[in-house]
Design a protein around this ligand. Structure first.
Ligand code: GUN
Length: 280
């Protein structure tokens, strides 16, 4: 039976650490402020934005919410981002994605000042990660590293397979595992012999977006399996990209859905906000 990696508990630990650091900064006269911008009223985005505001309140981080109408032009949004770039009170800027179709997400992200890019999406942040310079790291993969470390799962020298090559998860995940001295393979929708490749993994990170796709026959016995997927199954219950019931008896450690990777994303956003206030 696999060890269950409790993302809720580890996220609570990280948020408590951020709260203590925010208190210490306050004693030095430094306050932390995150600006969160949402364009339109996509219900899923509204839930995420609300959770981010709640986490800020818990950690003692001020949050400024900008809820802009769907019809906002890209120019108007860029004007707001530039205003926040120049606002000394604001340490972090987050533009909730996806943006409406009439906007170019890259153009907007590129406008965020790299020192306030707490999502780690700016090319400057991505480049810094790839050449080993300090910078903000995308929250979900950064959270996965914390899940592994705080569960005493060693990365150095291990065969790590990442399924998925998105800019937000797969690619930064591969860079982070490499930084931790893992041996990393990135698989994707065109990968041949995916099952055989996965069966070599000591650490398998699954971010493919296919409900319960990964079954026991993809797993090396004893492997650590991290499930980034989140879907609703036919009974409206949450499930991941990993078929938990089939994989759990074979794996050495596994994240559940919900309560695995999900809570870590916001916890690491809080961590990035503290770093932004400290100037690192
Ligand atoms: N939409 C889904 N996930 C994220 C995230 O981590 N950051 C932002 N800005 N938008 C998202």
């Amino acid at each position: 039976m696999a060890k269950l990696i409790d993302g809720k508990a580890i996220a609570a630990q990280v948020k408590d650490e951020c709260r203590r650091q925010a208190e210490q900064l306050k004693e030095q006269g430094i306050s932390i402020c995150l600006a969160v911008i949402q364009v339109g009223s996509d219900p899923a985005s509204s839930v995420y934005v609300n959770n981010k505001k709640k986490a800020c309140a818990y950690c003692g981080i001020e949050s400024l919410a900008y809820e802009l109408p769907e019809e906002t032009t890209q120019e108007e949004l860029i004007v707001l981002v530039k205003k926040l770039n120049n606002d000394q009170r604001v340490n972090g800027i987050l533009v909730q994605l996806p943006l409406p179709d009439h906007m170019d997400e890259n153009a907007v992200i590129h406008t965020i000042a790299p020192e306030k890019d707490v999502d780690g999406f700016h090319p400057w942040s991505v480049g810094a990660l790839s050449i080993g310079l300090p910078g903000f790291v995308s929250c979900t993969p950064a959270g996965i590293i914390q899940l592994l470390k705080r569960s005493d799962i060693a990365i150095e020298g291990k065969q790590c397979v990442v399924i998925g090559r998105s800019n937000i998860v797969g690619k930064p995940m591969a860079m982070l595992l490499l930084r931790e001295n893992g041996t990393v393979t990135v698989a994707h929708s065109r990968t041949k012999n995916l099952r055989e490749l996965c069966r070599q993994a000591d650490i398998l990170i699954v971010a493919m977006g296919k409900p319960r796709f990964i079954t026991a026959d993809y797993i090396k016995p004893g492997a650590a399996v991290i499930d980034v997927g989140i879907h609703r199954n036919e009974n409206n219950k949450l499930c991941g990209d990993v078929d938990f019931d089939s994989v759990e008896p074979v794996a050495g450690a596994i994240t559940p859905v919900p309560g695995g990777v999900g809570p870590m994303t916001i916890a690491m956003l809080m961590h990035n906000c503290v770093c932004a206030a400290k100037g690192i």
